[in-house]
Design a protein around this ligand. Structure first.
Ligand code: ZN
Length: 454
């Protein structure tokens, strides 16, 4: 497109939060890219008609969030959620790219199913998309065919009860870790320990057991045993390992501190609910806060926040995993685990900044920069000239309360209902297009498939 006919937008006088160097600036968007960054008030406003000017003084401008861990339930589970509904909710939360997990129906364990999901997203997603390929005991030939430029990672459930997508054979596991190039992302909870705990608690308390036993059944030992085995396997094989949704203080000791995250072999991910809730929430919210792995003691939550601050944990994601309220209202043992968070992840983490636990620069590093660095996503995750205009404007002083009226998830509920956040997402740009503006979805879509350079 010739330069002069591209859509242009100037975001003026925003506090730009990117690369530890927060400062007031103007940002010029031209077409789908960031065309320039200027001192405040200095962006050239072209006389051509159609240049939009957004006055953003008092607002924060951040790179759009890259959420490397979501479950959007399509195909096969679309009574819970779908790509259109959840990508719209994500856009409203300041998320501009997602990587989606393979436990849909059918499972994404063949290249054919993976391609099908990509074409669904091309037609339906509001924002940038990417899909994991799931590993099983029997699909290594499919994994070998995966394109490392397009598959973010192989997803392995090490001993999780998520259908039968479970790698239990040690030789297969080692072969998958040795595939090279494409990283492995592991859900680590030891199935044997969980089965024994479940049987013991069922025996003692029956089916009507309180959800507050969840962290004892899916115990910290179950997590640590499995995470330790995954780390040992990665060290032996040289694989790049992402440890998903860490939940215990002990597991942070498996990680190394600081330095350039791209030089790390073991990457730690934490999810927003583990940084927000602790086990006191079970009394009020029951199965609505039942996650795998569970939310645990306040000392675990504090240790995870500390690990984010100290650079042991490099990525903050959601594990957005919606279920219907009806499904969640079943008794403990039959209620599914997981909850919807992708619309609220950024404001949750910015709220932790208001409380003095994190800083906006740290939030941007763990939710935007590091996912781009660690998955090798070119041209995204930073506010830099020439990069894609994936951007989010946040008002740090516009309180609002989560309620059924403003929840955009298809399931219609949130574990955060009644929570007041001091900051709100004002506008989200994906590839230069405002997909969410002044607090409303615009109905526009800008989905591009994520690419990985490794
Ligand atoms: Zn997950």
């Amino acid at each position: 497109m010739p330069e002069e006919t591209k859509n242009k937008t100037v975001i003026r006088n925003a506090l730009l939060i990117s690369e530890e160097n927060s400062r007031e600036a103007d940002v010029l968007i031209s077409g789908d890219r960031i065309a320039g960054i200027y001192p405040p008030g200095k962006a050239p406003v072209s006389p051509a008609p159609g240049t939009r000017i957004i006055e953003a003084s008092g607002l924060w401008l951040m790179p759009g969030v890259i959420d490397d861990h979501v479950h959007f339930r399509e195909p096969g589970l679309t009574h819970k959620a779908d790509i259109a509904s959840e990508s719209a909710a994500a856009a409203a939360g300041g998320v501009t790219s997602f990587m989606e997990m393979p436990n849909t129906v059918p499972q994404t364990v063949t290249i054919g199913e993976w391609e099908r999901k990509n074409s669904l997203a091309r037609e339906r997603s509001v924002i940038n998309y990417s899909f994991y390929l799931g590993a099983t005991d029997s699909n290594i030939d499919e994994l070998r065919k995966a394109n490392p430029d397009l598959v973010p990672a192989f997803k392995l459930f090490l001993g999780a009860s998520t259908g039968n997508m479970l790698v239990s054979n040690n030789e297969t596991l080692e072969a998958i870790f040795r595939l090279g190039k494409i990283p492995v992302a592991c859900h680590c909870e030891d199935e044997k320990i969980i089965k024994a705990n479940s049987a013991a608690y069922r025996e003692e308390y029956g089916e009507t057991i309180s959800p507050s036993f969840h962290p004892l059944i899916r115990s910290r030992e179950a997590c640590l045993t499995s995470s330790t085995a995954a780390v040992t396997m990665a060290r032996r094989t040289g694989a790049r390992l992402h440890l998903l949704h860490l939940s215990t203080a002990e597991e942070t000791k498996l990680l190394t501190q600081g330095g350039d995250p791209s030089s790390k072999q073991i990457i730690g991910e934490v999810c927003v609910h583990h940084l927000w809730f602790d086990d006191r929430a079970y009394a009020e919210k029951g199965n609505l806060v039942k996650w795998n792995p569970p939310i645990r003691k306040s000392s675990d939550r504090e240790a995870l926040v500390r690990a984010v601050r100290e650079g042991l944990i490099d990525i903050i994601a959601t594990d957005h995993a919606p279920h219907t309220l009806e499904e969640k209202s079943a008794p403990y043992f039959s209620a599914p685990s997981g909850g919807p968070t992708v619309q609220h992840s950024l404001v949750m983490m910015l709220e932790l900044c208001h409380r003095g636990e994190l800083t906006p620069e740290l939030v941007v590093r763990k939710m935007c920069h590091n996912p781009a660095i660690l998955f090798g996503i070119p041209d995204r995750g930073f506010i830099r000239e020439g990069y894609k205009a994936d951007l989010v404007l946040v008002d740090p002083a516009a309180p609002w309360t989560v309620s059924r009226k403003n929840i955009l998830y298809k399931c219609g509920w949130s574990p955060l209902e009644g929570t007041t956040f001091r900051n709100s997402v004002v506008t989200t740009f994906a590839n230069g297009i405002p997909v969410f503006e002044d607090g409303h979805l615009t109905g526009r879509r800008a989905p591009e498939m994520l690419r990985f350079k490794r």
